[in-house]
Design a protein around this ligand. Structure first.
Ligand SMILES: [Zn+2]
Length: 283
């Protein structure tokens, strides 16, 4: 049966020739609605409708999850860097849908690890926190969240002088992330974390039946992207290794890089793409 008209909804469309799409040389069927006389095609109903460079979608997705700078992606694929930026938005939305679908299909998780990594937007004086939850059995990333936090340590005063008060939104982000993943976690699950003071209460509030296990914090080693620890046995190896993979595979999270996040929403997009790639391809 021919598809219904996307404009008036009538189901009386007829075939109306074909055209060869310039973008990927595919032959596309066109239709004409007998009620409103408007034309459409089988491409009208796809997520890539009106895109001019469909063939770049998968390539850019792979590059973003393989530590390549956006400008270099543009050079490699001979497109503009604005095209890459637009593709990232599109790919991130696709990736979020894929990740949600995957979660809905998966069995409830029973052994998880939960931790954060610190990065920044625009300047080191404006830090961001990325919370990540990973399944210890499959190494799958099941949840993440991004939020702004105030600068701490020696740069805290300079940050306040330059950019004013920066509220700590990491708590609400963590609660929101926990609430979103809670339906996919088994009632008798175990969540392992480091000795962060606020994790215990946050986890207990959202998931009162879950067992929370804390392990002492250990200093990171430089060769492990600051995430893997200088010790023989690390009880939190799974989450630390995943955060190490974040740092190695997402260009802007690499230590001592000059590629930086300018907007936290863009960091969220890039992480969404990486998470989907990590879960489907890397592990
Ligand atoms: Zn119509």
């Amino acid at each position: 049966m021919n598809p219904s008209c996307p404009r008036c909804g009538a189901g009386c469309s007829v075939k109306y020739g074909r055209y060869r799409r310039a973008d990927d040389a595919q032959s596309i069927q066109r239709y004409r609605c007998n009620q409103c006389t408007k034309c459409f095609s089988s491409a009208t109903f796809t997520a890539t409708y009106r895109q001019k460079k469909r063939r770049l979608n998968r390539l850019i997705e792979m590059d973003i999850a393989s530590s390549t700078a956006q400008r270099r992606i543009a050079k490699n694929h001979r497109c503009d860097r604005k095209t890459v930026a637009r593709k990232i938005k599109f790919l991130a939305n696709e990736a979020r849908l894929r990740t949600a679908k995957r979660l809905n299909k998966a069995e409830p998780f029973d052994l998880l690890q939960w931790d954060e990594l610190i990065t920044f937007e625009h300047s080191r004086l404006k830090p961001l926190s990325v919370a990540v939850m990973v399944c210890k059995r499959s190494r799958e990333i099941v949840a993440y969240g991004v939020a702004q936090i105030p600068a701490s340590g020696t740069i805290a005063r300079r940050a306040r002088e330059k950019y004013g008060h920066r509220p700590d939104k990491s708590g609400s982000m963590r609660r929101q992330t926990l609430r979103a993943i809670a339906p996919h976690i088994a009632a008798d699950a175990v969540i392992e974390t480091d000795e962060h003071k606020r994790y215990k209460r946050e986890i207990q509030r959202v998931m009162p039946t879950v067992t929370h296990k804390q392990h002492p914090s250990i200093r990171g080693s430089l060769t492990g992207q600051g995430e893997l620890k200088r010790t023989g046995y690390d009880p939190l190896f799974c989450i630390n290794h995943t955060l190490g993979m974040f740092r190695d595979n997402i260009k802007r999270l690499t230590r001592r890089t000059w590629c930086t996040t300018k907007l936290s929403s863009s960091l969220d997009d890039v992480i969404a793409i990486y998470v989907s790639f990590h879960n489907s391809t890397l592990i």
